[in-house]
Ligand binder design. Structure first.
Ligand code: UTP
Length: 328
């Protein structure tokens, strides 16, 4: 449908007016055309579901095949046209900063040894100075609190949020799809997928406006409410929010209240829900396969799926799966 024709043109803003400066200041123009320049990647969590691996190593540094989760997140952001990455970190997350930094000794050694392929791999994710920043979440008070910690770095413009432990396997990435949809509808937008009803208490769930278009298989649904981790019998739908968002800066005003929600945490969904009366809120049924790499089963499956996508590993991976699949 009309939603997808934008995807290939991204990451450029759609400059549909002949001379934007005539009617708008540069900042207003950005807001209206929805150029999403910044992405917040909250990595302040404790990763308790993945102990013991996450005791001394950030969950976000766990590799799927040979790349840490966090790098997939940043690559997806870049594919969506994001210029600036903002990490919300905490104690013990220094490896994440180092990963995107220049490693002089490693580079010099690889260069001296003529290892050009490795040199390319090790330098590919080096951030341009000034395009990456880190701020600290002093206590893991919840995702809403983590996003709020980035408020001064984001400023008053719409922004993206990527939870790096959610991986989405798709050539263009999930965020690029959200940005394309955002260029059509604006407001707040989240990536959603249907989950089995018995799993609703693990997710933020959308209360959708009944929409015949949506029921015919449309990808965009309009929400009139959001509920964090509802019991199956109380869930208004089975559309669950995954870790990709586009948010208006007004969400920070709601987060300022520091209200605690489900699990005693400051929930992002609660703050988003309170903006619904003033701003449009949509869910996008994204394309691609999503893996919850914060859970052991999801992480394991992601490793298999990503290995099968890789030309250099596909045959080996198939062989391994076959060998173990035969054993019962
Ligand atoms: P999770 O719900 O997966 O929490 O957070 P977690 O603490 O990382 O892991 P578990 O549940 O204890 O195993 C989703 C995302 O939000 C970030 C996490 O780092 C992760 O990327 N987060 C969560 C924060 O940055 N701060 C928080 O206070 C909570």
């Amino acid at each position: 449908g009309g939603l997808w024709h934008y995807t290939r043109d991204l990451p450029r803003p759609c400059l549909s007016r002949s001379d934007p400066s005539e009617t708008d200041t540069r900042e207003d123009f950005r807001y209206m055309t929805g150029t999403i320049r910044k992405a917040v990647l909250p990595v302040g969590g404790l990763g308790t579901r993945f102990l013991p691996a996450t005791k001394a190593i950030p969950k976000e540094m766990l590799p799927v095949v040979d790349k840490p989760l966090i790098q997939y997140g940043v690559e997806e952001a870049r594919k969506a046209g994001i210029e600036e990455i903002i990490f919300v970190t905490s104690r013990g997350k220094a490896a994440i900063e180092d990963h995107f930094d220049h490693h002089f000794e490693l580079m010099a050694t690889l260069e001296a040894r003529g290892k050009s392929k490795e040199l390319e791999l090790a330098s590919a994710m080096e951030a341009t100075a000034g395009k990456i920043s880190f701020t600290r979440q002093p206590q893991a008070l919840g995702l809403g609190h983590a996003v709020w910690c980035a408020r001064n770095l984001v400023g008053r413009e719409p922004f993206a949020v990527i939870l790096p432990d959610d991986l989405v396997l798709h050539p263009e990435g999930c965020l690029a799809q959200l940005v394309a949809a955002y260029n059509e509808v604006g407001g707040n937008l989240v990536a959603v997928e249907d989950v089995p009803r018995e799993q609703t208490m693990k997710y933020g769930i959308l209360d959708v406006v009944q929409d015949p278009e949506g029921e015919k298989g449309g990808r965009l649904v309009r929400a009139k409410g959001l509920v964090e981790k509802p019991k199956p019998q109380e869930a208004p739908s089975t559309l669950s929010i995954i870790g990709r968002y586009i948010l208006q800066p007004e969400v920070f005003d709601e987060l300022d209240r520091q209200d605690k929600g489900a699990g005693g945490e400051i929930q992002l969904t609660d703050a988003m829900a309170r903006t619904i009366k003033n701003q449009p809120f949509h869910g996008l049924r994204f394309q691609g396969r999503r893996f919850d790499c914060g859970s052991k089963a999801g992480f394991l499956e992601a490793n298999i799926a990503y290995a099968l996508e890789r030309e250099d590993l596909r045959d080996t991976a198939r062989d391994i799966i076959k060998r173990y699949g035969d054993k019962s």
